[in-house]
Design a protein around this ligand. Structure first.
Ligand SMILES: [Zn+2]
Ligand SMILES: [Zn+2]
Length: 132
């Protein structure tokens, strides 16, 4: 793993954040919602340790999509980057999208979730990762 804190941000650079503790887990989500919100076959994301996340810049640009159930999805209102999601019942439970980290944080996904919903046009790779 790279040195802490990890830093990251959105495509336009308006939103910047830092992560001050090793994430609890890192994995891919193949669910239909993640396909929709990313426009890709799966979302790579890190579940963060509670209290380890801080917005450094651009908090006013962050907008939240709050579906009737499930995690709230936070994104940059300027460039549309999908940034992180939060448990509506507990703000400390959140996942950051791996593609928004600067450089290589040294994190590697260890599982694939919701593989039953995987996109037909991109089969789940036979990479030995745990499938959920
Ligand atoms: Zn942005
Ligand atoms: Zn998902």
């Amino acid at each position: 793993m790279a040195e802490l804190p990890f830093t990251g941000g959105c495509l336009c650079g308006g939103v910047r954040y830092e992560v001050t503790a090793p994430p609890l887990s890192v994995g891919y989500c193949h669910c239909t919602r993640c396909q929709r919100r990313t426009g890709t076959a799966a979302s790579a994301q890190a579940r963060l340790a509670p209290g380890s996340f801080r917005i450094v810049q651009g908090e006013e640009l962050v907008r939240t999509y709050a579906p009737p159930d499930g995690f709230h999805k936070c994104f940059c209102s300027s460039c549309g980057s999908a940034l992180w999601s939060k448990d509506p019942e507990n703000d400390a439970v959140m996942s950051v999208r791996l593609g928004t980290f600067d450089g290589d944080p040294g994190l590697r996904p260890t599982f694939r979730a919701f593989v039953a919903y995987a996109a037909a046009w991109e089969p789940v790779p036979d990479d030995g990762l745990e499938r959920r």
